[in-house]
Design a protein around this ligand. Sequence first.
Ligand code: SF4
Length: 378
Amino acid sequence: MKLEFIDTKAENAFDLLCGKVNGCVLCSRMKDSQRVLNHSSGSLDAEIMFIGEAPGRLGADNSGIPFHGDKAGHNFEELLEFANLDRSRIFVTNAVLCNPRDESGNNSTPTKVEVHNCSQHLAEQIKILNPKIVVTLGSIALESTRHVAPHLLTLKDDVRTANEWFNRILIPLYHPGQRAMMHRSFANQRSDYQFISEEFKRLTKKSVSSKLQTSSINHSVFLIVKEIFAHLNSIDYFKLHKLFYLIEYKYFKKFNSRLTNAYIVRQKDGPYCTDLHFQKIKKALPELVIRNKAGNLILNYSASIFAPPSEIDNKAKEIIIEVLKDYGQLTSQAIKTKVYLTEPMRKFLKLENEGKLNLYNVPIEFNQTVHTAIRSLK
Ligand code: SF4
């Protein structure tokens, strides 16, 4: 079996664009910033593209994953989950691809000139993906689309409406950050995301579940985490991500289906699951105690004695117990080595060592072994 990079127009064009964006110095205050445009932005086959304002200092600028890691990211991921929109099946970007900061180092709003500068990159992303639906999150994102093709929409008057624009549908929504909640409550925003699902269904005549959700998913991420804690009361945050990956990997190998719809990307230290951000775990499991021990986060959890019995089926339990028995007591370094011995990670390393691809932040898709960017050829 030989591995090759898919030589498709979209893949090549996207990689060229990422290279161009990495070298972009159009905005003087962001010329040395990290650019947040990479394969963790989502699928190039996505039919829905979300556009936010800019990477946040504590969110995408830190994680490298758009809308992930800060409060706005958590809200966004929760809204997606509510509407059954699988993150690996959509594409997420921003009006400006670098994090704008004020003189004190805090997030600031991108200027009109910066939005205009970056709109050329946005236009290219839309051209490459050709999504059926573009969803703008906030007024800056809506403004950025005007540079791509004119329209007269305003957030106040046109929120949650489907509008013909540039050969596709444009839906203006509010930003999921806390400030915007004053204008649009979280309950209203939930309905907005439901509207996107309905619109997608109307346009494609396909149900969201058939197109946007991973099939055969039967467990929530946090049910699995709870089950892990039932066997290990205390766990290193780094190790939790690796154990979770190994559970997903072993489950997929044995049953040929995903255990959860967790979005797992290959980061510098191995697989990272966006659903396992420590603040999200804390929200799902309020009894969790998080300690910082010499720079490592240690998570302690003991379920309440009144907690209902586990809802996990026996197939999942069997895999969790097997993984914890084999790897649960290993050190972080030893478990990292084990993770790198799994098939998807070995293939990532092989391609990287051959110098063919930069696979940092590429989503790990178990059903295709590595990622759509890589094809197995006999
Ligand atoms: S925000 Fe966009 S246009 Fe400005 S420097 Fe970054 S990539 Fe270039």
